[in-house]
Design a protein around this ligand. Structure first.
Ligand SMILES: [Zn+2]
Ligand SMILES: [Zn+2]
Length: 331
């Protein structure tokens, strides 16, 4: 037995293993430990190897500019380093023209954009010293009324964002009013419209990824429970739009911590349809405090693992990068 570990380490130096081949449990927060049988290498080594699989990036991070998040650049970079993150993308809420999209407690004002830019710049400077790449992103709005999108579009055009998330924050007064004015009150009507609006958002070309795609199940806009099976057709419509347009859907782990069911976004059934439709995925914790970075990433790993998804996508200067989700040897 004593000779096993050195053997395993020697093999491990030259082996990376697609996540889909891995099995067994996980330990730790944000860092995934897998015990895998590597067919070729196991034959040579005659042993099982212990691998570490890391998501070393988090691409949905808020700052105090949105009025409901905590953390300064220093603390966020420190927490990212502690969690083994090597790339983080800030995505604070984009300014919108009026308070029906939330006032100061929800999003920065347009004149505060330079402050946000400086915040990210400071994090970038601090990150460089620790080998952490910091990117400049934004959480933009998906909304059915093009009339209110002009200011947002100006910002998207003017700011040198690396990554643009699209969110339909149905819980905000703007969307409630939109629905009410059209007499859309039943859960079925609301759910169908929500996913049709995501579909239109995917086709708009504004967004690199749709954030927390099944957010409609949370925050009380619906009177009853949400069962994706009742809405498969309309959900698949939005998924096909994503696949056709090259927009991603986000695996957003914050859903697990919102107190209304222990599930990350999207639900497993929806994730399975997304895989079938050929949608690519981004990954974000939607953190509102440094200690929430990479929260729930173990659940994201399980979702990917269960469906044999072996890569995720990140964005730099709005260009997609494919990130193979691979395991590497634990040191
Ligand atoms: Zn959001
Ligand atoms: Zn967010």
């Amino acid at each position: 037995m004593a000779s096993r570990r050195p053997k395993a380490r020697r093999c491990a130096d030259s082996v990376t293993v697609p996540l889909a081949f891995a099995f067994a449990g996980d330990r730790g927060e944000g860092v995934l430990f897998r015990t895998v049988a590597v067919t070729a290498e196991a034959d040579r080594c005659g042993t099982f190897l212990c691998f570490t699989m890391e998501f070393d990036f988090d691409t949905h991070i808020h700052t105090p500019l949105c009025g409901h998040a905590l953390g300064e650049p220093e603390g966020i970079i420190e927490a990212a380093d502690e969690r083994g993150l090597r790339m983080i993308t800030f995505t604070c809420h984009i300014p919108m023209p009026d308070d029906s999209f939330g006032g100061r407690g929800i999003r920065m004002r347009r004149e505060e954009l330079p402050v946000y830019r400086r915040f990210v710049g400071e994090a970038k400077r601090l990150g460089e010293a620790r080998g952490i790449e910091v990117r400049y992103g934004i959480e933009a709005e998906i909304f059915p009324d093009e009339g209110v999108m002009a200011q947002m579009d100006e910002i998207l055009k003017a700011e040198p964002f690396d990554f643009v998330l699209g969110s339909l924050h149905h819980q905000l007064p703007a969307y409630h009013t939109w629905l009410r004015e059209r007499g859309l009150v039943t859960d079925a009507e609301v759910i169908r419209h929500y996913f049709r609006h995501l579909e239109a958002g995917m086709h708009s070309g504004r967004y690199d990824s749709v954030a927390h795609p099944d957010l409609i199940r949370l925050y009380g806009t619906l009177a009853g429970p949400f069962d994706p099976a009742d809405y498969e057709e309309v959900i698949r419509g939005a998924l096909r739009a994503a696949a056709e347009s090259g927009s991603c859907w986000e695996i957003n782990t914050s859903g697990k911590f919102k107190g209304q069911g222990p599930h990350i976004h999207p639900l497993p059934e929806i994730f399975a349809w997304a895989v079938e439709e050929g949608v690519a995925f981004t990954l974000g914790s939607d953190t509102h405090a440094p200690e929430m970075l990479a929260q729930g990433f173990d659940d994201a790993r399980r979702l990917l693992d269960n469906h044999g998804v072996a890569s995720l996508r990140t964005f730099l200067k709005r260009e997609p990068e494919e990130r193979p989700v691979t395991a590497r040897a634990a040191s």
